[in-house]
Design a protein. Structure first.
Length: 335
């Protein structure tokens, strides 16, 4: 059963985060992504599962990418069949620039479905447990903020809304400001932004705005485990994408909710911080150790585990897809 591989998923995101962290601040986001993908792909193939990537990246060629449809895992006869969504690094530019809020993420489900949303972007509304089921992406920001304030027993001016800092969200940002709510603008990493609504210590009440579609699905996995909610609508950039939505069997006018995006008898979510962020610390190197901060969750029990791992660099190895087992301490010699 899939619960048996829950902690294996942490090994996957840890490996990707560790490899990506070697490129912190080096200004090369392509290398950040490449090494994270290679590590993630290598560890996935060590897991006792019959996994199929539904949401990944790259194309079906000889490149070390996790492409949709790729088979991962050992594929033993008795291994569970698992559907997978991944973002090896949510925030490659953040890592390359040495900025906060980059994480490595994976979600998996057994006996379920993952929605491969056809547009590059979706409009999103994410909330934690207290507000789940009470807000509506079709309503105006003013209406949603007033309802949220009433439910939480606070003034609208005390609410904090996270929004991805993009020109496409400029009108939304002005609408939130006009109501008087606080805004936290984020440069990248909108998976963390959406999940933070379900974590009281984050100080974020609502996530709104247009962001990446794969990130919306991955956030849905975490929010399902946390009792929160996400609503999305396909956000087409042009007529070609509108046609793509129709061809893929999606509805440009429909609101897709948490379980429309990912569902199953068990949903697992794992994330490891690459750089310090709103709910995970980044990879830290100290006295010949690498320290990682991860979170892993299960939907059936809503169990949430925080895992601080200490990796001894004298012995730590990471199995990559293209080059096999590599010693992390030799990372400086790879560039």
């Amino acid at each position: 059963m899939i619960p048996e591989i829950t902690l294996d998923m942490v090994r996957v995101t840890e490996a990707a985060a560790l490899m990506a962290s070697l490129y912190l601040g080096r200004g090369n986001k392509e290398m950040v992504d490449q090494y994270a993908v290679d590590a993630m792909r290598g560890i996935l193939d060590l897991i006792d599962m019959r996994g199929t990537v539904v949401i990944g990246e790259g194309e079906k060629d000889n490149a070390p990418m996790l492409y949709p449809g790729e088979k991962v895992g050992k594929w033993g006869d008795d291994d569970p069949e698992v559907l997978i969504a991944v973002d090896p690094i949510d925030g490659t530019r953040l890592v390359a620039g040495g900025r906060p809020n980059a994480i490595s993420v994976i979600a998996a489900t057994e006996n379920g479905e993952i929605a491969p949303l056809p547009t590059h972007y979706v409009d999103k509304l994410a909330v934690g447990k207290e507000l789940a089921g009470h807000l509506d992406i079709e309503a105006t920001p003013r209406e949603n903020l007033r309802i949220a304030a009433a439910i939480l027993g606070v003034k609208v001016s005390e609410l904090t809304v996270a929004v991805l800092d993009r020109e496409r969200n400029a009108e939304l940002i002005e609408a939130i400001r006009s109501v008087g709510a606080r805004i936290k603008l984020i440069d990248d990493g909108d998976i963390a932004g959406a999940i933070s609504t379900a974590l009281p210590e984050s100080g974020i009440d609502i996530y709104m705005g247009v962001g990446g579609s794969p990130e919306g699905v991955l956030a849905a996995a975490a929010l399902q485990c946390l009792g929160g909610e996400i609503q999305v609508k396909c956000w087409a950039r042009n007529d070609e994408e509108i046609k793509k939505v129709e061809k893929a069997g999606f509805d440009i006018n429909k609101t897709y909710r948490t379980r429309d995006l990912i569902n199953g008898s068990e949903v697992i979510f794992s994330a490891t911080g690459v750089t310090d962020g709103s709910f995970l610390k980044g990879v830290r190197f100290h006295q010949n150790q690498a320290v990682t901060d991860s979170i892993v969750m299960r939907s059936s029990t809503r169990t949430i585990r925080r895992i601080i791992a200490y990796h001894d660099l004298e012995f730590k190895t990471i199995t990559t897809k293209t080059e096999g087992e590599k010693k992390l301490i030799n990372g400086a010699n790879w560039f």
